[in-house]
Design a protein around this ligand. Structure first.
Ligand SMILES: Nc1ncnc2c1ncn2[C@@H]1O[C@H](COP(=O)(O)OP(=O)(O)O)[C@@H](O)[C@H]1O
Ligand SMILES: Nc1ccn([C@@H]2O[C@H](COP(=O)(O)O)[C@@H](O)[C@H]2O)c(=O)n1
Ligand SMILES: [Mg+2]
Length: 486
């Protein structure tokens, strides 16, 4: 396997700030083409989105984090405060607490913070210390934090250590004027920490302000986003939340394979998948929901075709500037299950030419091309290759190789399917980096029989009603409620 190209892809993906996906290059190198292990595939999906929020003390970091968490209400989010990792003070330090610099990087146990983050990123729960600002000590019990989709790391010096910065997918700096920060700090330290004004001002001039200038402000350059006015800046917070949602919606596989497109998941799409994957679903419902999903994939695939600008005059006499569809295209279905996708393509593109390929599977790896009927001028066309399931990728490689041997440029091929196993995506994208794959869900992997899991069984048999089993007998309740129009 050409490990360099895979590493390059990983490099490229993390370089554009998606270090949230971090399959070790070594692990990838040891993994032969087509044998991406199920655990590696699962690992990909588990990586959380890590956001760092830095800024001066009392700039509004915690307030901004709370607002982000509130708006991401339907995601699993955890907040980790750098404050929790303050070193306990020794008895000697406690006697001279006013001489202690809580704003210096050395005041924090950064190794412990890194260790907790590593665990969370790898799906393990951690106990985060519970720091008490009054006694200057960790007090029990620690806070149990479970792994989540989003981790927000907040603290004055959270961008100081490069190892912590590297964990972050997004870095935010809350930028609030020094006088506002001081005013808020005075109020907070008196009300919440029970301190007097003289002590607060003394600490500020001795430690807080110099540390801000020497250690915190210099880290502003690492930020991707700088929020002036903190929690008052609703526009910035809305944009950040929107961006996080987009990144969470995007499947991690798309971050390594830029030519893989997974259609945006909605509850409707999840619902259709639930039905067609359910072994108890009747043939009628299977066909109905499979057709709906296929139509969505086909429409998405057509969106990747080139277009030319076109102006038309509307019945009101106004000019509408739009686009003209690409005319030189055709479909090619992989017999037999790919034929289930032909109607959707014909419904979208009037008079569409559709070729066919039959590939016979010999054992688990051997593939033999048995039959082909393709348009004569296929080399001049963009090709929509139709096959509902991408499993090992072996049939897809055969089909794409045939199209290329007929003169179709690799970049003119769009492979449409309903579900893709990571192994198949890896094989196809590695061999044909310029084709596009459009799918509606990425699977967990392949089982020992090279079948896609969780999968949906033999698609062709279920769609064309040629499976051996009789139609399932549904319990009365289901019989009443399950219908193609519900
Ligand atoms: N936009 C704001 N307007 C008024 N008070 C604020 C605002 N943002 C934060 N505060 C108050 O200022 C203090 C510090 O805010 P906080 O979010 O805890 O800052 P940080 O976490 O950066 O120290 C808190 O008492 C908070 O209630
Ligand atoms: N025992 C302590 C520990 C820390 N501080 C101050 O807290 C500030 C950091 O917390 P933010 O919520 O403002 O980020 C920092 O400026 C420390 O000086 C403290 O006063 N006492
Ligand atoms: Mg705070």
């Amino acid at each position: 396997m050409d490990s360099k190209s895979v590493e390059d892809m990983i490099e490229a993906s993390s370089g554009v700030h998606f270090s949230g996906f971090h399959m070790d290059a070594l692990e990838m190198r040891n993994t032969e083409v087509g044998q991406l292990t199920a655990s590696a595939a699962e690992e990909m999906c588990r990586q959380p989105f890590v956001i760092g929020v830095a800024g001066g003390a009392a700039s509004g970091k915690t307030t901004v984090c709370d607002m982000i968490i509130q708006q991401l209400h339907d995601q699993r989010v955890v907040l980790v405060n750098q404050d929790s990792f303050y070193h306990d003070l020794t008895e000697e330090e406690l006697t001279r607490v006013h001489e202690y610099n809580f704003d210096h990087p050395d005041a924090f146990d950064t190794e412990q913070l890194l260790c907790a983050m590593e665990k969370l990123r790898h799906g393990q729960a951690v106990d985060i210390p519970n720091y008490d600002f009054k006694s200057y000590k960790n007090v029990f019990p620690a806070r149990r934090v479970n792994p989540s989709d989003v981790i927000i790391l907040e603290g004055i010096l959270i961008f100081h250590d490069p190892r912590i910065r590297e964990l972050m997918n997004m870095k935010i700096f809350v930028d609030t004027d020094a006088d506002v920060r001081l005013a808020r700090r005075i109020r907070r330290d008196i009300v919440e920490k029970g301190r007097d004004i003289a002590t607060v001002l003394d600490q500020y001039s001795k430690f807080v302000k110099p540390a801000f200038d020497d250690f915190i402000l210099p880290t502003k350059k690492y930020a991707d986003i700088i929020i002036p006015r903190g929690g008052d800046n609703h526009v910035a917070i809305d944009l950040i939340v929107q961006h996080i949602r987009t990144k969470l919606g995007q499947h991690d596989m798309c971050k390594i394979y830029p030519n893989l497109y997974v259609i945006q998941s909605t509850f409707q799409i999840r619902g259709m998948h639930t039905l067609i994957r359910d072994s108890q679903t009747t043939k009628h419902d299977f066909v109905f929901y499979a057709d709906r999903l296929i139509r969505l994939v086909v429409e998405h695939g057509l969106g990747h075709l080139p277009f030319t600008e076109k102006q038309v005059t509307t019945p009101t006499g106004s000019v509408y500037t739009g686009v003209d569809f690409c005319k030189r295209l055709c479909g090619v279905s992989v017999i037999r299950s790919g034929e289930s996708m032909e109607n959707a393509l014909r419904a979208c593109c009037k008079g569409m030419k559709i070729g066919k390929i039959l590939i016979h599977r010999e054992g688990d790896n051997g593939q033999q091309l048995i039959y082909e009927k393709l348009p004569q001028d296929i080399s001049d066309r963009h090709v929509l290759l139709l096959d509902p399931i991408l499993g090992t990728g072996n049939s897809a490689v055969q089909a794409i190789s045939l199209l290329i041997s007929k003169g179709v440029p690799e970049s003119n091929i769009i492979f449409l399917n309903l579900i893709s196993a990571p192994q198949g995506v890896h094989v196809v994208c590695k061999r044909f980096p310029r084709i596009k794959i459009v799918t509606s869900e990425i699977e967990t992997g392949l089982n020992e029989d090279f079948r896609v899991i969780p999968g949906m069984g033999e698609f062709g048999d279920r769609y064309f009603g040629t499976d051996d089993d009789d139609q399932p007998v549904l319990p009365p309740k289901n019989r009443d409620t399950k219908s193609s129009t519900d």
